[in-house]
Design a protein around this ligand. Structure first.
Ligand SMILES: [Zn+2]
Length: 236
């Protein structure tokens, strides 16, 4: 694993290629525009799928990475469809946290229809704790990522209340552009009759934008109370 050239501000943990773009593509773009350093770690290569291959998925991911302007991206190649919160997987992810040293982790929400996403969410919590351990053979130095938020995946059909909604109104078109890089998942051999998965993603972003009196948004959850140095952020 290649370390980033400086610690990351935000690390998105994605069970599969395309999850980061689908769930927090807008948050990534907004953060990059604000000068924050953002990385993505995929846990699996997402294969097999009906029209994909590891090579195709890697090419699609590289194209989306360009649009997002990511500072760092890596794939752990854990087993797709069989992702488990195993000690080996926990060790791998904790190593990523120690090497990339993110101030914020964006993890999948803890409930989901896809078992890989539920495992990934648990893995993030466990690896966050493990990353601070001393006297281990994990790479990097002990580190405890101070903040973890949880994003809504494309499979989530329940309606939990988010802790916040990121305003992505200025970047919604580029978010959709990044998602369209994943042709094997959304275009090849797929019906384009309304509503497509991309229509769903766009309209859900519009719903969350409405919820915050804006145009488009992405929800984030938190189990922990959020610290704020004051109320200035709500005056703009
Ligand atoms: Zn996924």
């Amino acid at each position: 694993m290649q370390a980033p050239d400086a610690p990351l501000d935000i690390l998105v943990v994605a069970p599969h290629p395309d999850d980061a773009e689908l769930s927090v593509g807008g948050t990534i773009l907004v953060s990059r525009a604000q000068g924050l350093r953002v990385g993505v770690v995929e846990l699996t290569n997402g294969e097999p799928t009906p029209h994909g291959s590891p090579e195709i998925r890697a090419r699609e991911t590289a194209a989306a990475t360009q649009i997002l302007g990511l500072n760092w991206r890596h794939n752990l190649n854990l087993p797709n469809r069989r992702l488990e919160e195993s000690l080996d997987a926990r060790r791998e992810l904790a190593g990523v946290f120690r090497v990339t040293r993110p101030r914020i982790i964006l993890a999948p929400y803890w409930e989901d229809a896809h078992p890989d996403h539920i495992s990934a969410s648990r893995l993030c919590d466990a690896a966050r704790f493990w990353a601070k351990l001393s006297r281990t053979d994990m790479p990097g130095e002990p580190y405890h990522p101070p903040t973890i938020f949880y994003y809504w995946s494309i499979h989530l059909r329940i309606h939990p209340a988010p802790a916040m909604v990121v305003d992505i109104s200025d970047v919604i078109d580029r978010k959709m552009e990044a998602i369209r890089c994943y042709e094997s998942q959304f275009f090849i051999g797929k019906s384009q009759e309304f509503p497509t998965p991309l229509d769903d993603i766009h309209d859900r972003a519009r719903y969350w934008g409405w919820a915050i009196h804006s145009k488009f948004g992405e929800p984030l959850g938190s189990r922990e109370s959020l610290r704020t140095p004051g109320l200035q952020a709500w005056l703009s």
